[in-house]
Write a protein that binds this ligand. Structure first.
Ligand code: DSN
Length: 429
């Protein structure tokens, strides 16, 4: 695996923090230890690079820059303008996009801005139900998306657990949504963007793709891109993409003004210019050939992990994965998602319980777990390591009394010892 493991930005600024505030410096060190000593299998997490961390920890954090490059509401923006312009140009090149906005603070903020560009309160939104793999912001009742809009929800077919495109078409014809959104947090299979485009065109809807989970695989040219099909694509920059925590939007030229106005001033105030600069750094990383090797390995690892978990008696939802994540149904094991999460956590394996489609359990317990390969792939692990991880997970999940926790933890230490996520931190004294 040619992608080097990430190393932390570890300059004099940290020494200043340690000298002034040992409490928070201790938190930083302990979190680094936690990352180094465990297997990080949360599908939405990754280890960003020293270059990205350096931009994040820079004095660009000081600058108010409401507006856009060359059109700000503050003086002194000529330097930070360059960061945003460079980032936008890189985003256009990477995604073949007409227009890029790097200002959303998060994925939820990006989605809020995209809805704001095209919908009024009370308008109809057609999105994927959260328990079927969608996202909170795609129309869930507890989110602004379900409170402010008339949210109609589609899901997966009970037989294949793939998106039910017939249901999407029927609901679109019946409810005539302003926006149709596809994408989500627990969709292991590829999405048919052409099918969504056809449905959106038939009912005159805007097609929005929330690509937060898989945009890194698109950037690495490992899966098809939604950009040619969608009116607007929203995403986060910290998942497979491996950038700073944040959001972004790309869209067709005809929507550029509406998207920019919705991101600022409708939904946000001043952009976080240190984060915008860090997004620009990340986009440069994604333009390197090594990043494509990484993206392909992420998928190969997710598939190897899924096969290994199936051999341990965990049923892959939708029959497997084409992406960076898998959803496993634990019903046959008799263990709930919540118990599986706890048992794995006790041994240093960090993953999350997850509802599966048609789950008989409430979301707080869940019948499944979700695993992802972005972080362990950044560490340089390959398919054989995934088989070892699957075996450790299988052992941990079946270990009701904790008698094998030490054995699993030793296996975890061996793997992360061979592939450290970050170098060992310096310690005072
Ligand atoms: N919370 C993210 C995830 O874990 O998938 C999505 O917003």
């Amino acid at each position: 695996m040619s992608t080097p493991a990430a190393t932390p930005y570890w300059g004099p600024d940290f020494d200043a923090l340690a000298a002034f505030d040992p409490d928070i410096a201790g938190v930083v060190i302990d979190e680094l230890d936690r990352l180094r000593n465990g297997l990080q299998l949360i599908a939405s997490e990754n280890f960003t690079s020293p270059a990205v961390l350096a931009a994040l920890g820079s004095t660009l954090s000081n600058k108010y820059a409401e507006g856009y490059p060359g059109r700000r509401y503050y003086g002194g923006c000529e330097v930070v303008d360059r960061a945003e312009e460079i980032g936008i140009a890189r985003g256009k090149e990477l995604f073949g996009a007409d227009h890029v906005n790097l200002q959303p603070h998060s994925g939820a903020s990006a989605n809020l801005a995209a809805y704001g560009a095209f919908m009024q309160p009370g308008d109809t939104l057609l999105g994927m139900a959260l328990p079927h793999g969608g996202h909170l912001t795609h129309g869930t009742k507890v989110s602004f998306s379900g409170k402010w809009f008339n949210a109609v929800q589609y899901g997966v077919r009970p037989d294949t657990e793939h998106i039910d495109y017939d249901q999407v078409r029927d609901l679109a014809r019946e409810h005539r949504p302003k926006v149709i959104v596809c994408g989500g947090s627990a969709i292991p299979r590829l999405i048919d963007f052409a099918a969504f485009r056809e449905i959106a065109d038939e009912v005159g809807a805007i097609l929005m793709v929330d690509a937060a989970h898989f945009i890194g695989l698109v950037a690495g040219k490992a899966i098809p891109s939604p950009v040619p099909y969608a009116d607007v694509v929203t995403f986060t920059t910290h998942k497979v993409l491996r950038g700073p925590r944040g959001g972004a939007i790309v869209c067709k030229a005809e929507h550029a003004k509406a998207i920019d106005k919705a991101a600022f001033p409708m939904m946000q105030g001043g952009p976080l210019m240190h984060a915008v600069a860090a997004k620009a750094v990340n986009l440069k990383e994604c333009l390197q050939p090594e990043y494509q090797v990484y993206a392909r390995q992420v998928i190969a690892n997710a598939q190897a992990l899924t096969e290994g978990l199936a051999a341990e008696g965990l049923r892959p939802v939708a029959g497997g994965t084409d992406t960076h994540l898998a959803l496993l149904d634990l019903k046959e094991t008799g263990v709930t998602g919540a118990d599986a999460e706890k048992r794995c956590d006790a041994a240093g394996i960090v993953l999350n319980k997850n509802a599966i489609p048609f789950d008989p359990q409430p979301a707080s317990i869940a019948s499944g777990i979700r695993v992802g390969s972005p972080a362990v792939t950044t560490q340089g692990m390959i398919e054989t390591d995934m088989k070892s991880i699957a075996s450790l997970i299988g052992t941990a999940i079946r270990d009701a009394d904790g008698s094998r926790t030490a054995e699993v933890a030793a296996g975890v230490r061996e793997l992360v010892g061979a592939h450290p996520a970050y170098p060992e931190p310096k310690r005072a004294g």
